[in-house]
Design a protein around this ligand. Structure first.
Ligand code: SF4
Ligand code: SF4
Length: 706
């Protein structure tokens, strides 16, 4: 209620009454906003479908946690805290903005439920809200202009930066906060000058400071200030509302929907087309994303929702080693493309190919699908599905790097990327060192087993990685598992074939393995390869329960079936560090089991790397990445080995054969041979198990020194 001071609606502005002027401004502002949003939504309406309407309660819960609760923001403590303050201030000020705007058309308006004292308290909270948001704008602008955090920078190859846009928006919000505060302060000063009851203003808030500063100003000047600040507030508000869909601030509106519709299931890959079954795929004329219009509506919504905070790229290993990929710019370039080709004024003009247009082939092949970007993004923006879809488009057009083509052809003809004969798949079980220690059954339909040890290609055929398979088999044997392998009947799990965009080849591999697994009659599956684990768990359907060997070991350590040799055997100079494989950790949340196993081994001294668990740094990518040499300044594995050394470790333990290839290679390349070794968790456990008959690993005592 405006006691004694006319409301903006009752005031006059030149020839116009406030009520008419603000009604017109409000209608114009809302109409412009509605039109711009409609134009921005136009490509989404024509986009590919996406199924995001399931599990509404789960989605609402995540909305509360990640959007309203700003769950991921504190991962960057300072910037995150600022963002939480701004976001909270915005929520408080949203209702205040509404009540202020109504004052322009109705002088007697009081927010429902907030008359009297409750209204004063509410006003006090608003006063502090405006003050905090203003200060946060100043801090955020200073950070961008003076301290220039590296993650905001835009390398020349990714086009022009959006710093000016960001600063302009911060400035607009700051003006809005100032205008509101001057309005409140001048109103209170007028009330004081007229000897009327003065509205409560929170002590030390901006409106309170303005009120005190204005008390000595003459009444006519104060009145002008009062009216002008209100006009400025309304104009800035609607300008900001309509300007936001042209830049990063659009994320304030769209992120609400992007978070609600975010992907719920980890480790999965989207189908080629939502609503098209595998049997109908041969009718699909074009696979994957080739033009902007091939993205799904949710992926387009992601482009609009990115806050350009750079956290994804800051954590992307490909970006860190100088590969031509930065997830942030995958989004920013697509958003710029959408703004340019679906303009607010004029007609749309889509259809130009994305590859060779805004993206390069190397950029798309550089991703290891490690998931660090998605884990970090506070708005749950997705990358892997988009990259896989872009690769599907490249594969469909025959644009696959030669080295990968060769591996894919070998998988197609022989079921493994090395082109080795199928009948040699179980040869690792027959070596003269291994066979006397463990008899591995090759399941053929007549010899049953409860557990299938799914080996996958690298462990079956790579001489070094066969040692992981042998260690895993001996552990299974020791804990009394009745297990077997598929041998020649097993083909590559197809995990990385799928993530490289070769969906039809993946489907053939999956169907073959499904049939072989079903024919074997097993009741559960164990694998020592996180890529196979992820494929069997998420890409295959209707399989018995699947476990990674680290989960089984952790369980059997707890049950007492696995006991370790006493500490005397342990070398005190060894410091172990566990490297989380992406497809065990981030994609499947298996973080604790391998650590618990390590901690249960007597005498094992373990440290953590700064980047561990869900912030683990990819070793360089598994699967077909082994067959691709992207442009890069440094190998990811080398960076990872340096991180282990910085943590004070000299033994890197991992639980993935692909990590082992990359890490051992990196130890050699970085000249750390003799100073650093790598060992798989299964090998370490196998070597430390308390057994009646020692294993060859125990006899050797030491892991392989590379
Ligand atoms: S999945 Fe990993 S490599 Fe790929 S863009 Fe994301 S962070 Fe980078
Ligand atoms: S995708 Fe997410 S993490 Fe990356 S810049 Fe955008 S908002 Fe930030």
């Amino acid at each position: 209620m405006f006691e004694g001071v006319q409301s903006p609606a009752q005031a006059t502005y030149g020839p116009f009454s406030g009520q008419i002027l603000f009604s017109v401004l409000m209608l114009l502002g809302l109409a412009c906003f509605a039109y711009i949003v409609m134009k921005r939504m136009a490509p989404l309406l024509r986009a590919e479908s996406d199924f995001r309407f399931d599990r509404p309660l789960v989605r609402l819960g995540r909305l509360g946690r990640f959007w309203l609760g700003q769950w991921k923001h504190p991962r960057y403590r300072f910037a995150g805290s600022i963002h939480i303050l701004i976001f909270t201030g915005f929520l408080v000020l949203a209702t205040r903005a509404f009540s202020l705007l109504i004052l322009g058309v109705s002088g007697s308006f009081v927010m429902p439920g907030f008359p009297g004292m409750a209204g004063h308290i509410y006003d006090g909270i608003n006063d502090y809200g405006a003050t905090i948001v203003f200060l946060c704008m100043v801090i955020a602008a200073t950070r961008r202009l003076v301290f220039k955090p590296a993650r905001y920078e835009v390398p020349a190859r990714y086009g022009k930066g959006h710093k000016a846009d960001a600063i302009f928006l911060l400035g607009l919000i700051a003006i809005l906060m100032l205008a509101e505060s001057v309005f409140e302060g001048s109103k209170a000063a007028l009330q004081a000058q007229q000897g009327q009851p003065v509205e409560f203003l929170a002590v030390l808030s901006l409106p309170w400071m303005f009120k005190n500063a204005f008390l000595s100003i003459s009444a006519p000047a104060l009145w002008d200030l009062y009216r002008a600040s209100y006009l400025l507030d309304v104009v800035t508000f609607f300008f900001l509302l309509c300007y936001r869909p042209f830049g990063i601030q659009f994320h304030v509106e769209t992120s609400l929907f992007a978070v609600y519709f975010a992907k719920l299931d980890r480790g999965t890959v989207k189908p080629v087309r939502w609503g098209v079954t595998d049997d109908q795929l041969d009718k699909v004329k074009s696979f994957g994303v080739k033009t902007f219009q091939d993205f799904t509506w949710k992926h387009m919504l992601d482009f609009y929702s990115c806050a350009d905070c750079g956290r994804c790229s800051d954590n992307c290993p490909a970006n860190a080693v100088g590969r031509p990929l930065s997830p942030r710019f995958l989004t920013i370039k697509a958003r710029d493309y959408a703004f340019q080709h679906y303009p607010v004024l004029g007609s749309s003009n889509n259809g130009t190919p994305l590859i060779g247009g805004i993206y390069s082939e190397d950029e798309i092949w550089s991703c290891t699908t490690c998931g660090a970007c998605e884990e970090e993004c506070p708005l749950l923006i997705e990358y892997i599905d988009k990259i896989v879809d872009l690769r599907r488009g490249l594969v469909d057009d025959g644009n696959v790097p030669k080295s990968i083509q060769k591996a894919l052809k070998a998988i197609e003809s022989r079921g493994n990327p090395y082109g080795k004969m199928e009948k040699k798949r179980a040869d690792w079980t027959k070596t003269k060192e291994f066979q006397p220690t463990c008899d591995v059954k090759v399941l053929n339909g007549s010899n049953g087993a409860d557990t299938l040890y799914f080996v996958d290609s690298i462990t079956s055929f790579d001489d070094r990685m066969q040692s992981i398979g042998q260690a895993a088999a001996r552990i299974l044997n020791d804990v009394g598992e009745n297990f077997g392998i598929l041998g020649p009947a097993e083909k590559d799990s197809g995990h990385d074939v799928r993530r490289f965009g070769e969906e039809t080849l993946f489907m053939a591999l999956r169907d073959h393995n499904l049939e072989a697994i079903k024919a074997s009659g097993i009741k559960r599956i164990v694998t020592s390869d996180p890529h196979a684990y992820n494929a069997l768990k998420h890409d295959y359907k209707d399989l018995p329960p699947v476990e990674h060997i680290s989960q089984l070991i952790a369980r059997e350590v707890k049950s007492g079936k696995i006991k370790f040799n006493p500490a005397e055997a342990e070398d005190n100079s060894k410091v172990y560090v566990y490297h989380d494989p992406c497809y065990l950790g981030r994609h499947n949340q298996v973080y604790d089991d391998p650590r618990e196993v390590l901690d249960a081994i007597p005498g094992v001294k373990r440290v953590e790397m700064a980047r561990s668990r869900d912030r683990s740094f990819c070793c360089g990518g598994g699967g077909l990445m082994l067959f691709y040499e992207p442009q890069e300044e440094q190998r990811m594995g080398v960076k990872r080995v340096q991180m282990a050394a910085e943590a004070g470790a000299n033994v890197i333990v991992t639980a993935c054969p692909f990590c082992m290839v990359n890490i051992e290679d990196a130890i050699k390349v970085s000249g750390m041979e003799g100073k650093m070794t790598a060992i798989d968790l299964a090998e370490l456990v196998d070597g430390r198990l308390a057994r009646a008959v020692p294993s060859p690993a125990e006899i050797k005592e030491e892991p392989v020194m590379v």
